[in-house]
Design a protein around this ligand. Structure first.
Ligand code: C2E
Ligand code: CA
Ligand code: CA
Length: 393
């Protein structure tokens, strides 16, 4: 795929900014158009159908938030990058607002804008696009159905380690789809497909079966560790799910307390009373429950406290930003403090380098997960990683 399959629309009432970004985008091989007057925005949008929109938050006569609402009302699929000189908190809340409207918020570009930064955000979009976006047009729902039926859905494991001791405390089971002609397809593509076409339950059962069958091998490394599996929001309305999980554990003779179920913050808060019921039943069965992607929803830690979570995973977007953003660092720090006060174990996800690992140690965070420690690996490679990890500790 070439970059010219991707188009960028720049919306800014400052013609100099439009020209600057346009030059950079065209040099990178994107197709590009600009809009300086917000009145023309929608016509240009509908004609050009950009895959990426760079949107100025403050324009004459209209603010970017209004344009976001319009884009949401027509179910825009474009990746949106917002630009502005306003302070980074406003940029960040605007990003969240867009996300809550169902838009694809791809990032922010604080002003003054420099060329390097433009290149960075655009090339990120390109990587994202070539890593998957093209694929979802080629795979069909019947392919996915067949993959689930023929067990072409594999489970990879990513380590979680104790920040104090370096000891392996658990793994997260992450699924991968190996397509016979397209190769590995990332879950960000096929999980939403599975959710839309009622395949999420059989998919989750496949993952559960594999992960629970693999668990005894992992327990040989540390009989206290947990395997975490991800439970889609849709399955929170399935009151059978705790029984289904328990049956698989019993069939494979694996202790329930070695399994943990991750539910995202936003899924948990969609219908708190139903979540409460499912979580309580999981806990009664001795299965652990963990709140995933904390910080991306809108719940307060008080709401969270009412639900029987034992663990909280700080979303990787905050952890990945904490070295460069004071706000992200403050969110990580206060989540650790309040979460621990409430008796939760805190996991930081997205730990990509030694500096972040060290900072989390200083903040007294409990566990870490991320590329700095290990990528998600097939079971055999995971076991090899573990041997190397033991030696390096
Ligand atoms: P998640 O639950 O937040 O999983 C963590 C994702 O972050 C994984 O992506 C993991 O590979 C990635 N990651 C881990 N460490 C780092 C890091 O240091 N830096 C960066 N940039 N990324 C890191 P993956 O495997 O592509 O999974 C994406 C999402 O797909 C998961 O996000 C989860 O929401 C969903 N998913 C994966 N497996 C399942 C599943 O079996 N069932 C359901 N319902 N969802 C799943
Ligand atoms: Ca997860
Ligand atoms: Ca997560």
């Amino acid at each position: 795929m070439s970059m010219s399959d991707q188009s960028v629309l720049i919306v800014d009432d400052d013609p100099r900014i439009c020209r600057l970004i346009k030059r950079v985008a065209i040099n990178m091989g994107f197709r590009c158009d600009t809009v300086e007057d917000s009145d023309h925005f929608f016509n240009r949008y509908l004609e050009f159908r950009p895959s990426i929109i760079l949107l100025d938050l403050k324009m004459k006569g209209v603010d970017g938030v209004e344009l976001l609402r319009h884009l949401a009302s027509i179910d825009s699929e474009s990746q949106i990058i917002i630009m502005s000189g306003v302070d980074s908190r406003v940029l960040d809340t605007t990003r969240r607002l867009g996300k809550s409207l169902g838009l694809h918020m791809a990032g922010v570009l604080p002003k003054p804008i420099d060329i390097k930064h433009i290149e960075e955000v655009l090339s990120k979009q390109y990587q994202r696009f070539s890593a998957g976006k093209g694929v979802d047009k080629k795979v069909s729902i019947s392919d996915l159905e067949a993959a689930i039926r023929h067990q072409h859905i594999n489970v990879y494991y990513q380590a979680q380690v104790c920040l104090k001791t370096g000891r392996l405390t658990g793994v997260e089971a992450l699924c991968r789809w190996f397509h016979p002609s397209l190769g590995e397809i990332p879950p960000d593509i096929f999980i939403p497909m599975a959710e839309k076409f009622r395949l999420i339950k059989p998919l989750t059962e496949t993952v559960l079966n594999t992960a629970i069958s693999d668990l005894p091998k992992l327990l040989q490394l540390n009989d206290n560790l947990t395997t975490s599996i991800n439970l889609s929001a849709l399955l929170l309305s399935d009151l059978q799910i705790p029984d289904t999980i328990e049956q698989i554990l019993k069939a494979k003779q694996v202790p329930a307390h070695n399994l943990s179920v991750e539910i995202t913050e936003s899924a948990a808060m969609e219908d708190p009373s139903r979540t409460m019921e499912i979580l309580t039943r999981l806990r009664i069965k001795d299965i652990q429950v963990s709140m995933d992607d904390f910080g991306t929803g809108y719940s307060s830690l008080v709401q969270l406290y009412r639900l029987p979570f034992g663990e909280l995973k700080i979303d990787k977007s905050f952890v990945m930003d904490m070295l460069h953003s004071d706000e992200a660092a403050a969110i990580v720090k206060s989540t650790i403090n309040i979460g621990q006060t409430l008796g939760l174990t805190i996991v930081a996800e997205g730990v990509e380098n030694a500096k972040t690992f060290k900072m989390l140690q200083e903040l007294n965070c409990d566990y870490a997960q991320g590329y700095y420690i290990a990528h998600a690996l097939p079971l055999n490679q995971f076991l090899q990683w573990y041997q190397r990890h033991l030696k390096s500790a």
